[in-house]
Design a binder for this molecule. Structure first.
Ligand SMILES: C[S@@+](CC[C@H](N)C(=O)[O-])C[C@H]1O[C@@H](n2cnc3c(N)ncnc32)[C@H](O)[C@@H]1O
Length: 262
């Protein structure tokens, strides 16, 4: 199932909270202090990614051109752009991209290109020394995610480094090794109709008040590590390194790998 429409809504309704689901980042609550904390987390993350590329793969790694797939409002793209020559950020939500542009402007950055995403990343041209993605694949259904993962490998320059985070299991399913158990067989829905006079009574007392918009959906998809390893190996990658990630029980891996020169 495609969740693009949900991410378009997240971008319109609550872009910072959609990136880090903490109450202080909710639209309407986001103050200067929270905004600072939000970008501090991105700065820490960008530093971690570059350090891990050097620690695991190439101690002399100094990327010139970097791609941030699923860049959101620029939490990582902004600090990356302060450390490399040029950044391309790609996202499926136009409002996330517009907010990322505002954030680049606020930080005085002119080396960031922000592009809309599709399943072949058709707007993205050229190759990259660093291809990065974090907390994004989990929101994309697996068949599409596999194709996008392969496309990201393709976009790496020879000797470029991929730093891609993917979820693979859920801590709250220990009995099935982190995988969601098979759903029970479908039963026909039971329809119950309940009539109530409460809503009109409440309207009379409280007056008409529009309900706040409900949060859009946010799916969390686990990927198969074997499939990702297969894609890397058949693309010519000879090894990869892993740091584990855990976002509230969504267990993942940050994969670091070098694309060999052809
Ligand atoms: C949780 S946010 C993470 C943003 C950013 N990576 C960060 O760490 O700050 C996930 C982002 O992925 C984007 N996204 C979801 N599906 C996508 C797709 N198919 N292609 C590109 N971006 C997508 C969303 O719009 C959202 O901005």
């Amino acid at each position: 199932m495609s969740t693009d429409t949900e991410w378009v809504k997240w971008g319109q309704q609550d872009p910072y909270f959609a990136v880090i689901t903490e109450d202080r980042f909710r639209a309407g609550k986001l103050n200067d202090e929270a905004r600072q904390a939000f970008f501090d987390s991105g700065r820490l993350h960008a530093g971690y990614v570059l350090d891990a590329c050097r620690r695991f793969i190439n101690p002399a790694f100094e990327p010139a051109r970097a791609l941030d797939f699923g860049c959101g409002v620029g939490r990582v793209a902004v600090p990356l752009a302060e450390r490399v020559t040029a950044v391309v950020g790609v996202d499926v939500s136009p409002d996330m991209l517009a907010e990322a542009r505002r954030n680049c402007d606020l930080h005085g950055l002119t080396n960031v290109e922000l592009l809309p995403s599709d399943d072949t990343l058709s707007s993205v041209t050229g190759s990259f020394d660093l291809v990065h993605s974090c907390i994004t694949f989990q929101h994309i259904d697996v068949p599409r995610g596999r194709r996008l993962f392969a496309r990201l490998i393709e976009l790496l320059a020879d000797d470029g480094i991929g730093a891609i985070q993917i979820t693979y299991a859920k801590a709250y399913h220990p009995d099935s090794y982190g995988q969601p158990p098979a759903p029970p067989p479908a039963v026909p829905p039971l329809t119950v109709r309940i009539e109530s006079r409460a809503p009109s009574f409440m309207r009379a007392v409280l007056g008409e008040r529009p309900a706040p918009p409900a949060d859009p959906e946010m799916l969390m998809n686990p990927y198969s590590l074997s499939e990702l390893a297969f894609m890397l190996q058949t693309a010519g990658v000879t090894s990869f390194s892993v740091d584990f990630t855990d976002h509230g029980g969504e267990l993942g891996v940050f994969l670091f790998f070098r694309k060999p020169a052809r």
